[in-house]
Structure formats: C-alpha cells, structure tokens
Write a new protein. Structure first.
Lengths: 537, 317
C-alpha cells in the first residue's frame, strides 16, 4: 500500500494542480477573465444560488380549467357558425355544460348532417399515419333526440397542454429577453408547469408582471347606446359585454364581444412619445392583412369609439376621427415610460396561450444574499479551523497530514463545483462545512487502525501498510451508505436543498480520494524519507 | 508532543450490560416522541402547508413587532405570525394559506408590500401554493423511505440480513428522535428539515457501518467468542474513532449553528442533534440489537444463553 509508481504520483499531483487552475477565475473579475486569462484555460466561476446572490424563483402552473373554458367557448362559436351555414340547421340549448359543449338538433332528419358538420370541428392534432392512433382535440357524443355533446378527448387535451406549455415558454423567453438585464432559466416541469429562475433579479414584481400577464390585446367597438348601469344589471344586448377600465375610477363600457382585431395582427410595438403632450405612448404596426381589416373597420365606423383592451381591461377608448389606412397607430393610456415599455414588450412577444398562475414563489433580496454569503464564509472558516486544531491536538504530525488532505479536499470540492457549474447555495456551504467535519473520519479510521496495528507489535511500515489496507473496506462501506442517502436527497430536492445534496455528494467523493490516495501518498513519502522507528500516533 | 486522547487505550466499558437500559430509554423516548407528535404536531412551515413567508428588515431602528402585527391584522389575511428573526431589525412574517387557489396566495405579497411600502427592506419572500405544498410533503416522505430501503439493500449485500435490519432499526430510531426533536422544540419543519433528516440518516449509518465492520472482522477472527463479549470488544476498539469523528462533525456543525446565519439555523441545529443521536444509536442500539436479531451469529453454544437473556429484555423500540 505504500508504494506509488511514478505515474500515479504524477496523476495525483496533476489533479490537484488542475483543480487549483480551475479555481483561479473565481478570484478574477469578469473583465480580467476576458482580457488577461488565457482563453484555452477554463474560465468558469462558481454559480451562486438564488439565496446567495438574490433573485427570483417562480413556478408557474398553467391554468388548465381556464384554458379549457377558453377552448370550449371558441368551440361554441364555431358550432354556432357551422349550424348557420346554408342550409341552416335548427338547434336549441347551445351552451357549455361543465367540460362539454352541448346542443340539441331540432329536426330529427338533420341530425346526420349536423353530426357531419360537428365532426369537422373535432380538430385533428395528429393523423395516425405513422402507426399511432389518430388524436383529435375533441370528441363527439351523440345522444338520443338529437342531443350532441362535444368534449375534450383525453389524449387530445394532453397534447394541447404540451403545446401550450411549449408555446408559453417561448413567449416568456421572448418577453424576458426583451426586458434585458436578467438571464433567467426557463424550464418545463412536469406536465403543466414552468419554472423560471432569475438570479440577480432586483425587481421581482416587474418580472412577475411581465411573465404572468396573458397580454391578450384586442380592439372592440364601443356601444354607447347601452348605459353601463343597465349593463351591470344584466340588461345586455346579445353579443355584447361589459368591460371595466384599467384606469382606477374609470367608467365601465359596453363593447362588442367579437373583437375587431387581436394582438396577432400586430407586427411591431414600440414606445414613443405623443407629439403634443409628450406623454409616453405605445405605437404599433399592423400586418398587411391586419392593416386592411383595420382600414375597412375604421372607414365604416367613423365617429364611433373603439376600445383597446388588454386582458379584459380597457386601456383606452379613442374616437375614430377618420379612416386609418396606413396600418399603424398609437395606444395612449396614462403610461409611464416603464409601463409603456413593458406593454410594448408584451405586445411584441405575443400573448400567452393560457393563463399562468404562480404555484410557488421564492424571492431573495440582494441584502440577505450578501449576508448569507458572509455568514456562510464565516461558518466555513471557523468550522474548518476548529477541525484543523482538533486534528492537530489529537494526531500531531499525522494531524498535519490530515489537515493538508482537508485543504486539498476543499480545493477539489470547489473545483468540481466550478467545473460542473453546480449551483452553490447556503445549505450547499453547510454541506461543505459538514464534509469538512466528516472528511477527517477517514483519516481517523486509518490512524486509529495504524495505532492498533502498531500496538500489536508491528513495525511502523507494516503497521501503516496494514492500517491503510484494513481501513479501506470500512471507509468504502461507510461512505457508500452516506452517498446513497445524499444521492436520494439530490434526486428529490429542488433549489437550496438540492444545493446541499450537490456539495454533500461531491464532498463524499473527494473525501474518498483525499483519504485513500492523497493521505496515503503523503504518509508514504514521509516514511520513505524519515524511516521512522515508531509511528507517532 | 503529547497527543489528546479522550479515552485510554484498551477501554473495557461493558456497553452490552447496559443494553436493557438503553433499549428502555430509547423505547420510552420513542413513545414520548410519538405522543408529542400526536398531541402537539409539528410546526410545519409553508413548504408543506402552503402560505406566505416574508422576511423584512426595518430601515430605521429596531422593529416594533406590535405595530407590524396590527398593520398586518388590518389586512384581513387570516392567521398571521410575526416574530423577531436574528437581529432586532429583522422580522419574520408568516401568513397562513389563503382561501382559494394559487393566485390568492401570491396576492398576499402585494398586499403586505402595499401596507409597508418603502419603510422596510424585503429580504425574502416565499409563497407556496396549496398544490405544490402537498407534493413537497409527499416527495419528502418518499425520499426518506427510499433512502432507507436502498441502504438496507446495500448493507444486506455487503453484510448479512441481520446487520441490514439492525442498521435500519437504529437509523429509524434516529429519524423518530429527530422528528420528536422537531415536535418538542416546535422548530419549524420545512424542506431543509427533510434534508437534515436524510443527512442524519447518512451520518448515523456511516457510524453504524463502521461498528458493524469491526464486529464482522472480530467474528471472523474469534469464531468461538461469546457474542456479548465480542460486541463489547468491537465497540471499545472503535470507541476513539467513533467519538473523534463525532467530535469533528459536531465542531463543524456547531460553527454552522453559531455563525451560519438565521436562515439555515433550524437545518443546522437539527443536524447537530441528529449527529449526537446517531452516535448514541450506533453504540447502544445498532450493536446490541444484533443479539436479539440472531443469536446464531455467535456460532457458539453460549448463543443459547444470550437468546434466553434476550427474551427477558424488553422489546427494542
């Protein structure tokens, strides 16, 4: 056990040297790395967790019920349209009942034709051409007496949700990219969740506002013939709805339910300033087809008001003074520069396909983060020093060996964290400190064993050799069981807890290396040069 | 230089003689843990209950808890807890889960921020919705069970089934004690507490495995030695190692508890407790329980006597 071939010694020392090189960028500023640090050397720095550098962790849940209602509403409209096609099919009781849209066909001999038309609305999502079963979003159940029920098919809904999550992620990414500054990670979690982590974000409320807004923009014609008070009592003409104003204290307005146009007709939106008042406004540009539609509508309705609606709230309702044919316009609504900017970002990035709700939110301010780093560093320093002193007192020269191994261990842990770009959290620092305490266990095991062997009358060399050999199995078993618990923790954990598991797992692995290989090398070297007659243990 | 040794060499402490007492003690303590858990429950944090936690720091001087409490009560958010957190300008606010879905929970933060405005620094905000909290609790329990199962398999594979069972019983003992620690002290039980328990499981097993390793080695060497004598010998031989390792780990943990900050104190404090318990259980539970699990391990006629002895003793917890 005490003989090391030349290449092994080289490999051990090289490992430590490489680890040191990996650590250097952590002590450089990003400018220094860019300009002075050779680009062929690893230039990564430790990634600090949200709890250390401050930031936001947001877990969004797609509002499945809301999405279903939205789809059913659209389906209801489509059904109405389909029955209206010539020759018309008479029906009664069209409406949404829980998770299905149902209607009753009046005329018994038109049921087949109606079923055929409804069949066209099932919205096939995959054809089943490649051997898979064909999947449609909806399925049609035909009851007696011409009763028709259209509801989601299970596979269809799953597939739609998958797309919704994917689209939402794209929209969110476009939005935060345009916000600049932060560089959040956006990931899908499970079937209907999205995780957004934004380290260093100082304004979580703004981020939440940008991400969580559905940002469905629509233009509606305003009906001034119905008073809002009447409407509030429920006296609404069919096809019209009452919407509240975004501005506090604004009077609600009655508008056409079917929008003139939607955010999808926009190609661009920018913040600008109104020439007369210098108030921030959002100017938008319409697509070619959108511009044509808008020109037609504004020509037909000169003098009327149209409401610009964002997520069911009226932002403003300007009067159409003249036909707008150039395909662009401005939205004013008492914006500040920032809120105008945010709206422009939302409009450019597009609407979310479904409502998102925050299922879990964790925010750490930069002040607490800095305090936590300081506390973590202090605890790590004091803990390590105390362990070092204890080992010196208990094992003397061999304590020095153990302490050198401890420092090497620390270097390796930090280097591996840097290379893997694992996130270092406050519990992660605790994991490192705990590792410092537990790491010397291997040394203790070996030393106690050497002591025992020596007391049984073995020569120093043979006692040391036997000590390492016999302790090896124990160290392996003990560390593997600890490792199992740590790996389970890593699997189930998230955020800070995962951070603890990461450093704990890394620490166990590096400890095995330093105890079995590095300490042995140091002790072997010492034996070779000193040729001790007694092991001072 | 004279080296520090906590125990002289060749200690002959009759640990096995005390096993009735240690089993009795552990048994009673376990019962107590369950009773307190049943009567008082655990102070489960928002991770498992859902709700809102906010840490704020006043910008001018020490915080007036009464004032903060009455401000919050005025918001009509249901049950609100206000407590000082570490420093006297640092306040922890816990708001119980709101009626309604996820959105109702996140709305709370906005209300609180509107109430305090810029007069305080919002150091930390955590909101956990009802759906997520249920899953977190489930995952935590699943994690502990799967860790125990995996370790049982590993120890079984490396040793014999009696050791495997003994190790798991001893570890379970530590888990029960730690859960009891949370129930009795009413320290908040959250996600990091699950992490603490899993770490304790890891540490306790590490310790137990070292003792078992020595027992196995002794059994191969002294095939005819009485099991009780053998267990005592094995524990005495590994005693310095057991205490030294426990000491270095406790030193490191104590540094974390004292200097590591308020945020992770419940995490570090419960680990400190767990390491103590884990060390105790390796010596006083894991080793003597082998006597009950299989007297034949001794491979000797004297085993018969041990078995009789075992039947008299109280069942282990």
């Amino acid at each position: 056990m005490l003989y090391f071939s030349r290449w092994k010694v080289t490999a051990i020392l090289l490992t430590i040297f490489v680890a040191l090189v990996v650590l250097v960028p952590n002590y450089l500023s990003s400018d220094q790395i860019k300009n002075h640090w050779p680009s062929w050397l690893p230039g990564r720095q430790v990634v600090l967790g949200l709890d250390l550098q401050g930031g936001v962790y947001l877990l969004y849940q797609v509002d499945v019920d809301d999405y279903k209602q939205k789809r059913l509403k659209a389906l209801e409209g489509d059904i109405r349209q389909a029955m209206r096609d010539e020759p018309r099919i008479g029906y009664t009781g069209l409406g949404i009942q829980g998770d299905v849209v149902q209607l009753k066909i009046r005329d018994a001999d038109k049921v087949t034709e109606a079923a055929k038309r409804l069949g066209n609305l099932l919205n096939p999502l995959s054809t089943g051409a490649l051997g898979g079963a064909a999947v449609s979003e909806f399925q049609l159940d035909q009851g007696s007496d011409g009763l028709m029920r259209l509801g989601f098919s299970e596979a269809g809904l799953d597939k739609r949700l998958g797309t919704v999550v994917q689209q939402s992620i794209e929209v969110i990414r476009r939005r935060v990219d345009q916000m600049g500054a932060v560089e959040p990670s956006i990931q899908r979690q499970g079937s209907d969740r999205i995780l957004v982590e934004a380290p260093g974000e100082k304004d979580p409320e703004r981020l939440k506002n940008i991400i969580g807004r559905t940002a469905q923009m629509t233009f509606h014609l305003v009906d001034l013939n119905v008073s809002p008070d009447e409407a509030a009592k429920g006296n609404l003409p069919p096809g019209e709805i009452l919407l509240k104003q975004k501005e506090e204290g604004g009077i609600p307005m009655v508008v056409d339910e079917t929008p003139l146009m939607t955010g999808e007709d926009l190609t661009d939106a920018q913040t600008s300033f109104q020439s007369q008042t210098n108030e921030p406004v959002v100017s938008f540009r319409l697509s070619t087809s959108g511009a044509r539609k808008f020109a037609q509508v504004t020509t037909d309705n000169v003098g009327r008001l149209f409401a610009i609606v964002l997520d069911d709230e009226i932002i403003s309702a300007p009067r159409i003074n003249e036909p707008i044919t150039q395909g662009s316009g401005q939205i004013s609504g008492h914006f500040t520069v920032e809120s105008a900017n945010d709206l422009a970002v939302l409009l450019r990035a597009g609407a979310l396909p479904a409502k998102l709700a925050v299922a879990e939110e964790r925010t750490v301010g930069p002040g607490l983060g800095a305090d936590s780093i300081a506390a973590g560093e202090r605890a790590a320093l004091i803990g390590t020093v105390a362990v070092v002193i204890f080992m010196l007192a208990a094992y003397g020269l061999f304590g020095v060996f153990a302490n050198v191994a401890l420092v090497v261990n620390l270097i390796l842990i930090m280097a591996i964290i840097t290379i893997l770009q694992a996130t270092l959290t406050l519990p992660g620092i605790a994991g490192i400190v705990l590792t410092m305490g537990m790491a010397v266990d291997s040394n203790v095991l070996i030393y106690e064993r050497i002591r025992e062997e020596q007391r049984l009358g073995r020569s120093p060399v043979s006692a040391i050799d036997a000590g390492f050999r016999r302790a090896f199995g124990t160290i392996l078993d003990a560390n593997i069981t600890t490792l199992i618990a740590a790996v389970v923790l890593f699997q189930m954990g998230s955020g800070p807890v995962k951070g603890f598991a990461v450093t704990h797992v890394i620490g166990i692995v590096t400890t095995m290396f330093t105890a079995i290989t590095f300490t042995r090398l140091v002790v072997a070297t010492w034996v070779r040069y000193r040729r001790p007659s007694v092991v001072p243990l | 230089m004279r080296l520090l040794r906590l125990f002289p060499d060749d200690t002959k402490i009759p640990f096995m003689k005390w096993r009735k007492w240690s089993f009795l003690f552990s048994g009673l303590a376990s019962v107590l843990c369950f009773v307190v858990l049943y009567t008082h429950g655990m102070n489960t944090g928002i991770d498992f209950q859902g709700g809102t936690l906010m840490e704020i720091q006043t910008k001018s001087g020490p915080a007036n808890l009464e004032e903060i409490r009455s401000t919050l009560d005025g918001l009509g958010l249901g049950e609100v807890q206000v407590q000082s957190f570490g420093a006297d300008d640092d306040v922890l606010i816990r708001i119980a889960r709101q009626e309604g879905g996820d959105e109702a929970q996140t709305a709370v933060v906005g209300k609180v921020q509107a109430a305090f405005g810029d007069s305080v620094d919002y150091r930390r905000t955590e909101v956990v919705g009802p759906r997520v909290s249920g899953e977190l609790a489930e995952n935590g329990i699943l994690g502990i069970i799967s860790a125990l199962a995996l370790i049982m398999v590993y120890v079984w594979f490396r040793f014999e089934w009696q050791y495997s069972l003994g190790a798991v019983i001893a570890t379970l003992h530590d888990v029960v004690m730690t859960v009891g620690f949370f129930a009795i002290t009413q320290v908040e039980f959250n996600l990091s507490s699950i992490a603490a328990i899993l770490t304790i499981v890891g540490y306790s097993l590490n310790d137990t495995v070292v003792v078992y390793d020595r027992i196995r080695e002794m059994r191969r060497k002294y095939k005819r030695l009485n099991l009780v004598v053998l267990l005592d010998l094995a524990i005495n031989q590994t005693l310095t190692r057991t205490t030294n390792t426990a000491l270095t780990t406790l030193i490191a943990l104590a540094a974390l508890v004292i200097f590591g900050g308020e945020v992770i104190r419940s995490f570090t404090a419960s680990m400190l407790f767990g390491v103590l318990i884990g060390t105790y259980s390796s010596i006083f539970i894991a080793a003597p329980i082998l006597i009950f699990l299989d007297p034949q391990l001794a491979g000797d006629k004297s085993a018969k006597k041990v078995e009789d002895d075992g039947e008299e003793a109280a069942e282990p917890a």
